[in-house]
Write a protein that binds this ligand. Sequence first.
Ligand SMILES: Cc1cc2nc3c(=O)[nH]c(=O)nc-3n(C[C@H](O)[C@H](O)[C@H](O)COP(=O)(O)OP(=O)(O)OC[C@H]3O[C@@H](n4cnc5c(N)ncnc54)[C@H](O)[C@@H]3O)c2cc1C
Length: 308
Amino acid sequence: MVKEFPLIIIGGGPAGLTAGIYAGRSQLKTLIIAEQPGGTIGYAHRVQNFPGFPEIGGLELANRMVEHLQKWPVELLIARVGQIIKKDDGFLVTTDQNQEYRAEVLLLALGTEKRKLGLPNEDRFLGRGLSYCALCDGQFFKNKTVAVGGGGDAAVTMALYLAEMTNKVFLISLQPELNCSPSWHQAVKNQKKIELICDNQVTELIGSENLSGIRLKNPYQQQTELPIDGLFVEIGSAPSTTLTEPLNLATDSEGFIKIKANGRTSQSGIWAAGDLTSGSNKLRQAITAAAEGAMAADDIYRYFKQKG
Ligand SMILES: Cc1cc2nc3c(=O)[nH]c(=O)nc-3n(C[C@H](O)[C@H](O)[C@H](O)COP(=O)(O)OP(=O)(O)OC[C@H]3O[C@@H](n4cnc5c(N)ncnc54)[C@H](O)[C@@H]3O)c2cc1C
């Protein structure tokens, strides 16, 4: 028999977990389905901007959020959702293992997926010198030379983390200067192992079996080829549309789901929160994702209360 819930939250990062905590406190029977409970913040080396935690490891913060959720009577299913079908009386949600659940309303908190460089051989070198996650793969590059592609907060913290274990980190930014918060700017300056290459771009991945170098758009120290052992890519993220496209939700030009201040999307019965929305001024941080999750859950509670 298909299990039914008034509310199913898809995604268990800061947005989904906060929404779950609020739903639990409102005694709304809720199921959270998340492939990776804790979400993307678990990849952050250090987090310095979540109130109450002056400095905390991303994974520890993620785990604490999951533990906090578990204090409330909310079901958490660790699974990947493969399909959402709109029915007359709600939604049918199917996981990759063909488990089916029915929801009266949905809250989408799926986060985003990493942007790729879009270069030939990118998929071939994945796991062979190319990575999108320093916390997952950094240890494989102890005492080696690596490069990080990107210039925002996430790329800079990635470079700082990698500098702790590698011999050298080239930080390659497309912009004429780093686009990170001033405190990270100073940290990069203080870290002698980081060599900053601005106004430049990786245009080719070089290597046979494993990645052995990259080609740059503009010469750096008279060279366009840079020998490296590993390349870490952190050039932003975009929402994945595979799951949400059939729902015909209004999105902005970059594919982020448009929401009202209360988290409602353009389709009735569907709310969205966190990094996948066009809300929160697109700051895309754990705190804004959590805030959107809280507001959406509160509005969903009011919706059911009004319905009676
Ligand atoms: C390296 C790095 C460092 C960062 N550092 C900071 C920082 O210092 N401070 C800060 O505030 N923010 C930081 N961020 C940003 C922060 O991680 C995100 O803004 C935040 O996690 C967004 O929360 P979310 O809940 O919207 O999405 P996410 O955290 O991305 O969670 C998405 C959830 O959806 C699930 N999901 C996706 N697809 C499916 C599916 N088909 N089926 C089931 N589940 C699915 C995922 O498994 C996950 O549980 C950092 C990000 C990165 C990558």
